[in-house]
Design a protein around this ligand. Structure first.
Ligand code: FPP
Length: 235
């Protein structure tokens, strides 16, 4: 039995829309409720002394949604990064982002840059927000970085190994131990593909707004029962 807590948790925050629709509310209300849940989960991760939390906030494909929903989400991100996540600063959390900057609106980029800057010297926990993110795009962008370094003579072909790949992704992060996807969908949907290579997966049926700290405890308990072999044989 693996007794250790996960070192890095990834959450695909799915089901905000369905949570709202089932209550006769607008999808925006679902995202607002999801944001409140995320705040509680972040606080809980800090309290549990889990050093890395990654969340899927917005995929590159999410730009295909209705303009009003995209706009609402962008405003919500600004609001959260500007003030609602202030407790992270005091709690020693370092905020980083994974994803492409283009075509995020300048006000969102500004709020992102500010929270990164304000929290850059924190060391207690890293909160990685995947925003305008796609796992395959990350691998494409990493490949371009590495090829560029080979072309510049900074790196030789023989030097390329898993550590080099890790160091050239959007953020230098340890592997994800536990991926949680709420809402009952059994898919990874392009979330942190390289980092999740040996992750354990947990798929609770609850929609994200209903997934509270006590549910995270249950997910961690389940993780601790799993027999992780990493391709080997457990003694
Ligand atoms: C997926 O549910 C959720 C999103 C696309 C947005 C997630 C955003 C938040 C929880 C807001 C706070 C985030 C941060 C990082 C500041 P869905 O809309 O796909 O739900 P559905 O599948 O039921 O339609």
């Amino acid at each position: 039995m693996d007794k250790a807590n996960p070192y890095h948790i990834g959450i695909i925050m799915d089901g905000n829309g369905r949570w709202a629709e089932e209550r006769g509310l607008s999808r925006s209300r679902g995202h607002r409720a999801g944001a409140n849940t995320l705040k509680k989960l972040c606080q809980h991760v800090v309290d549990l002394e889990i050093p890395y939390l990654s969340v899927f906030a917005f995929s590159t494909e999410n730009f295909k949604r209705a303009k009003t929903e995209v706009q609402y989400l962008m405003n919500l991100f600004v609001e959260l990064f500007k003030k609602e996540l202030d407790f992270l600063i005091e709690d020693g959390v370092k905020v980083v982002f994974s994803g492409k900057r283009e075509p995020l609106p300048p006000r969102v980029l500004k709020a992102m840059d500010e929270i990164v800057q304000k929290t850059s010297s924190n060391t207690k926990c890293v909160f990685n927000v995947c925003l305008n993110y796609g796992g395959k795009s990350e691998i494409v962008d990493m490949t371009k970085n590495v090829v560029q370094k080979v072309q510049n003579g900074e790196l030789s072909l023989e030097d390329i190994d898993e550590e080099v790949i890790d160091a050239n992704l959007y953020q230098p992060l340890p592997p994800i131990d536990l991926v949680i996807r709420t809402s009952g969908e059994l898919r990874i949907s392009n979330f942190m593909l390289w980092q999740s290579a040996y992750a354990e997966f947990y798929f609770p049926k609850k929609y994200f707004p209903d997934f509270g700290p006590e549910d995270l405890d249950i997910a961690i308990e389940e993780f601790r029962k799993r027999n992780r072999r990493f391709g080997g044989v457990k003694k």
